[in-house]
Design a binder for this molecule. Sequence first.
Ligand SMILES: N[C@@H](CC(=O)c1ccccc1NC=O)C(=O)O
Length: 327
Amino acid sequence: MPNQSRTVAYGRVHNLQIVSVTQLAPEREGYWVIFIHGGAWRDPAVTNNSFDATESILRDTPGLPIAGFASISYRLSAHPNHPQDPISTSPKDFRDAKHPNHIRDVEAALAFLQNTYSFGGRYILVGHSCGATLAFQVVMGAVSNHREQAFSGATENPEISVGVVSASPGPLPPPLTAQPTAIVGVAGIYDLRRLRDSHPDISAYREFIEGAFEADELLWDGVSPAQMAGSRGVEGGWKSGRLAVLAHSKEDELVDESQLEGMEESLRQWEKLEAQIPVQELSHRDRRVRVLPISGAHDEAWERGDQLAYAIIYALEQLREMGLAPQ
Ligand SMILES: N[C@@H](CC(=O)c1ccccc1NC=O)C(=O)O
């Protein structure tokens, strides 16, 4: 039956290693839209299902160059308001993930999708809140390429080695075979230290950052896409990327606009460089960075879905203007 959604496991270690997938008519030319949810790396109420409202709006919008939808769940860190008994809870349900578990799961999900649907670079990664952090981490040199290497932490002096950003204890998912053509960050977190410092009186910020990344602030910088420049950042890491859209609402009560500002600065460096793509593939190598104002509170973007859908449609329009999507 066409257009049916299914939910599949991409990993065996945890029950959160699932992805929901809707393949539209396979002959249809277009992009896969792949969503990474938010919830501060820990909220068990926010899962792959949080893309449902957005997906249904997009499916009801005719004429979009979309080939399929996927929404990724990934292992979560512990949440103080949702305690679990370590004795009676199966390890497959127990939420105690620490970086790099979250990003490795996203990579494993992308490898699974690529193996199954072979869309190459024709996909848009869309992330909300910490899902936007994860989306840009997928193309950050320091997190994805140099995965087992010692990391030089200080942005101003990259020669000083301060530890390992993301060595994994378990087997690593295969490296990406193709990077996304576009990334859409909605209400995104892009700089962990800055997020903590913008909310000094609310301990939850520090708590959820430490819950996911421990207390090592140099590690926070190393995994923050707005902090890392050059080959360790998005600038040098996202070689074949063409379009970045950063969406933010003035009514967002949880993630302030300084997150977007820092990320925009970092993406402007990336935008100046030409995309690295095979010569025969196209006539230009231009890149675009766009800032998109949206409306509504932080979680309304995905709860109602209209603002998230609007940001995705905007990105598809930009790709059309760039000659990268069918008219
Ligand atoms: N609902 C989350 C809070 C949350 O999602 C959040 C809070 C402040 C800033 C960003 C957030 N989410 C980002 O993914 C929680 O229960 O921890």
